[in-house]
Design a protein around this ligand. Structure first.
Ligand SMILES: *[C@@H]1O[C@H](CO)[C@@H](O)[C@H](O)[C@H]1NC(C)=O
Ligand SMILES: *[C@@H]1O[C@H](CO)[C@@H](O)[C@H](O)[C@H]1NC(C)=O
Ligand SMILES: *[C@@H]1O[C@H](CO)[C@@H](O)[C@H](O)[C@H]1NC(C)=O
Ligand SMILES: *[C@@H]1O[C@H](CO)[C@@H](O)[C@H](O)[C@H]1NC(C)=O
Ligand SMILES: *[C@@H]1O[C@H](CO)[C@@H](O)[C@H](O)[C@H]1NC(C)=O
Ligand SMILES: *[C@@H]1O[C@H](CO)[C@@H](O)[C@H](O)[C@H]1NC(C)=O
Ligand SMILES: *[C@@H]1O[C@H](CO)[C@@H](O)[C@H](O)[C@H]1NC(C)=O
Ligand SMILES: *[C@@H]1O[C@H](CO)[C@@H](O)[C@H](O)[C@H]1NC(C)=O
Ligand SMILES: *[C@@H]1O[C@H](CO)[C@@H](O)[C@H](O)[C@H]1NC(C)=O
Ligand SMILES: *[C@@H]1O[C@H](CO)[C@@H](O)[C@H](O)[C@H]1NC(C)=O
Ligand SMILES: *[C@@H]1O[C@H](CO)[C@@H](O)[C@H](O)[C@H]1NC(C)=O
Ligand SMILES: *[C@@H]1O[C@H](CO)[C@@H](O)[C@H](O)[C@H]1NC(C)=O
Length: 704
């Protein structure tokens, strides 16, 4: 009996030495959570938060063989060198710094670090060679119409479900399966500027989706209609050795990066062993719109720009003016958002933005040597009621060229006046307030900008009225991390935005109820992606996405760069009558393509677009289905078309066919019509003379 007890004690004292794979397991959380363990592995990297070890991999790709040994103690860190094969005791824990994040599997409270050998090497997993990330979905918990953007948000949590990893199908599962491991990302390309911590998103030398012309990755639609959030992208964190990464930009190329995969600050990172090397410079030339002005009075060329908290003394105001003039080529109407009151963030009760707007148009006028003079209008908000930077009183505003377009004469509304569509004595549609806000009392506009509806005519196209609605829907503030615990992630403000879009859509319906062919343009900062069904369902069947109408390639639809993604928050939606007449749009990437984060002047890119505001007075009847072309027709008889030709041989064949058809003619038509067939035959005979011309080297084309 005693012998048995002693033997048990001996086994217990020499607890089994585990491999890292035993700790990581095949799902997100460790199967050994909170257990005291002894684990062995080779030290791959050291950082300020401890070090990383890696053991032999199993052939199960779900199971990571890397592990963070967590300690802030320099003594612990100095006890090991990269390449040491060690055993270490500690407690398995799942760490997270914020409740909305995923957890990191770690070995906490490391003790009894024993070095078994030194100078061992661990081959990094080469991304694109050994393993490649999936390109479309984050997790199979993002379910419902719209996937990642489905509502309700936060229907489940990864830490609760703790799913078995499917690294071939889902991005979060893929990166989790490499947690703590050494990886190399070959030929990385930056997808955005660095963030305020010097971290930056990249894609590697592997298959990607959504690649745009500038080298970034655009959020596009998956075949099921949900957004593709580009899970193949990964963020490069601060170098573990304390060096600093260079500043970067979309499309920047880097030398290969080797580092450790770690979930931190809400995302899967690669923490590089040392600072990555930037290989190229940014192109300093910013794009200019490809949309050319039109002299046709029916064509409206308009622009849209969220100018990011712009007030009188904003240092970026002169650049905004320069871009409107030179990069957007002075559109006839500019829909502006985030125009602040004259004193910006000073919260003194002054809400007028006349100073801001006057300075903008004066600067454009000066830059153009007084050739481009914009007029402007807005509706002052009630102080501090429309959200945005406190005291800034951001609002939407219009600037327009009075020699090109006329704001139909009327009275501007006040901040609480609700606009309505009206009918003039001559039958033309008008607005009660021009411009005026839409349903300003609606609960959906609480702490948010009210849309501004206006009615216009192009100079030279009197009576061809068109309506514009300048929008800035509520922001995504309060969203949870794309790679966080809540699935689908919390999409800040989504319900309020859905109500706002529906309110705006109802207003457009009130215009369309009086004239289903009304020309209506709604443009601005929607703060949402078209893949969000609960928001964009509100305009379905009423308004059309101009990017769709203009057939802009899906990868070039972006006005914003956030984290890894080039994405579209700014949209232009138009009524059916406008869509039927065709349209153009150009997203002018003056900010997402800037040389540096510092050089960027707004978080949004402006757009330029063109629509035809004239209703055709006498609508062209639909073209009847085209009848087969006849070489010769009499009654219901139709001789087949004669083949065209360019040489004598083709000419003779064509004439031969003409003759045989003329003979057929006699058999197919009533006797009374046979003289017509004779005429046909005479024509064939005449045409055969052309062949003679061909044969002697003369003109020999077509069938006369
Ligand atoms: C750890 O992994 C290595 C390599 O796969 C294997 O040889 C060894 O037996 C494993 N050790 C334990 C304790 O599982
Ligand atoms: C998601 O829901 C869970 C359970 O109700 C809650 O604990 C968590 O805080 C929510 N997450 C977010 C980001 O709102
Ligand atoms: C410390 O580690 C060594 C080597 O793995 C082992 O022999 C020893 O039993 C460990 N001591 C404790 C108290 O775990
Ligand atoms: C390990 O490498 C270091 C530096 O490369 C060298 O100084 C040391 O002698 C090596 N140790 C062994 C045991 O090979
Ligand atoms: C990458 O894409 C190409 C073309 O679609 C395909 O043939 C290839 O198998 C893909 N490679 C990987 C690693 O998925
Ligand atoms: C803008 O700056 C000028 C010059 O510094 C100053 O006089 C003026 O008061 C400022 N305007 C506002 C609205 O802050
Ligand atoms: C608001 O601005 C106007 C015009 O600059 C100025 O006359 C007025 O004193 C300001 N009002 C307040 C409350 O600052
Ligand atoms: C702003 O300009 C409009 C039109 O030019 C004018 O009616 C209004 O009084 C101005 N507001 C202020 C505060 O100067
Ligand atoms: C304005 O005039 C200056 C000086 O004559 C000239 O250099 C500049 O090109 C002109 N700019 C425009 C937009 O006409
Ligand atoms: C623009 O305004 C300036 C200053 O009022 C004026 O001199 C100039 O003639 C105007 N230009 C046009 C094209 O109307
Ligand atoms: C503009 O205001 C918003 C809302 O307060 C803020 O989040 C953003 O950082 C501001 N941008 C700049 C450049 O000040
Ligand atoms: C839009 O109009 C429909 C039909 O009148 C109504 O049921 C709905 O409540 C309106 N939506 C909003 C947000 O006002």
């Amino acid at each position: 009996m005693l012998a048995v007890i002693l033997a048990f004690a001996a086994v217990s004292a020499r607890a089994a030495v585990l491999n890292v794979t035993d700790i990581q397991g095949s799902s997100f959380a460790s199967p050994l959570l909170n257990q005291a363990v002894t684990v062995q592995g080779i030290v791959t990297a050291k950082g300020s938060q401890g070090f990383y070890i890696q053991s032999g991999a199993t052939d199960d790709v779900r199971v990571s063989s890397g592990l963070h040994v967590f300690s802030t103690s320099a003594t612990v860190r100095n006890a090991v060198n990269v390449g040491d094969l060690i055993t270490v005791n500690g407690k398995v824990q799942e760490f997270r710094s914020q409740a909305q994040y995923l957890t990191v599997t770690e070995l906490g409270s490391p003790t009894n670090i024993t070095i078994l050998s030194s100078n061992n090497t661990v081959a990094p997993v080469v991304l694109g060679v050994d393993r490649s990330p999936p390109t479309q979905f984050y997790t199979d918990l993002d379910v419902g119409a719209g996937g990642f953007l489905a509502t309700p948000n936060n229907a489940s949590q990864i830490t609760v479900v703790n799913p078995e990893l499917k690294p071939d199908a889902f991005g979060l599962d893929f990166w989790e399966s490499l947690e703590g491991m050494l990886v190399t990302i070959k030929n990385p390309v930056a997808l955005n500027f660095e963030n305020s911590f010097g971290e930056f998103w990249v894609r590697g030398d592997y298959n990607v989706t959504g690649l745009n012309e500038h080298g970034g990755l655009t959020m596009t639609g998956n075949p099921d209609g949900s957004p593709d959030m580009n899970p193949e992208a990964v963020i490069i964190g601060s170098p573990l050795d304390g060096t600093k990464s260079p500043t970067t930009f979309m499309g920047a190329q880097f030398g290969d990066i080797t580092g450790v995969v770690e979930y931190t600050f809400g995302f899967y990172y690669i923490l590089p062993l040392t600072a990555p090397t930037l290989l190229n410079k940014a192109n300093p030339v910013l794009p200019t719109t490809v949309i050319e002005k039109s002299e046709d009075p029916c064509i409206l060329t308009a622009g849209d720009y969220n100018t990011e908290n712009m007030s009188v003394n904003s240092t970026h105001l002169p650049t905004v003016a320069d871009q409107i003039l030179n990069n957007l080529k002075a559109p006839e109407i500019v829909f502006l958002q985030e125009i602040q009151d004259d004193n910006g963030a000073t919260d003194n009760g002054n809400v007028s933005a006349n100073g801001t707007m006057q300075k903008l148009v004066d600067t454009i006028s000066a830059l153009s040597n007084n050739t481009i003079n914009y007029s402007f209008i807005d509706v002052v908000p009630v102080n501090d009621q429309d959200g945005g930077e406190p005291g800034g009183n951001i609002r939407v505003a219009y600037a327009w060229l009075a020699d090109k377009v006329t704001l139909v004469s009327g009275t501007a509304g006040g901040p609480t006046d609700a606009n309505e569509v009206t009918t003039d004595a001559d039958g033309l549609l008008n607005l009660k307030f021009n411009p005026g806000r839409i349903e300003p009392a609606s609960e959906f506009w609480s702490a948010s900008r009210k849309p501004l509806a206006a009615v216009w005519e192009k100079v030279g196209a009197p009576g061809q009225r068109f309506f514009t609605i300048n929008v800035h829907f509520t922001s995504k503030g309060g969203s949870s991390s794309d790679q966080g615990d809540a699935r689908p992630p919390v999409n800040g403000g989504v319900d309020q935005r859905a109500g706002q879009v529906e309110t705006m859509a109802n207003f457009t319906k009130s215009i369309l109820a009086l004239d289903k062919d009304a020309s209506i343009v709604t443009a601005g900062d929607w703060n949402e992606f078209v893949f969000a069904p609960s928001v964009f369902g509100g305009v379905e069947g009423v308004l059309h996405d101009l990017d769709e109408v203009a057939k802009v390639p899906a990868v070039e639809r972006y006005t914003y760069a956030f984290n890894a993604n080039s994405e579209q928050l700014d949209h232009i939606f138009i009524s059916s009558a406008l869509a039927d007449r065709g349209a153009k749009v150009d997203h002018v990437h003056v900010n997402t393509h800037a040389v540096s984060f510092k050089a960027r002047i707004s978080d949004h890119d402006p757009s330029v677009y063109q629509v035809n505001v004239c209703k055709t007075k006498t609508p062209t009847p639909p073209t009847p289905p085209s009848e087969p072309e006849c070489a010769f027709k009499t009654g219901s008889y139709c001789a087949a078309p004669l083949p065209p030709f360019t040489d004598a041989k083709g000419c003779l064949a064509s004439v031969g066919k003409c003759f045989s058809e003329s003979i057929e003619c006699f058999t197919k038509v009533p006797l009374a019509s046979t003289p017509q067939c004779l005429k046909f035959q005479a024509q064939c005979a005449k045409d055969s003379l052309t062949c003679a011309t061909c044969l002697t080297g003369g003109k020999c084309t077509g069938f006369p």
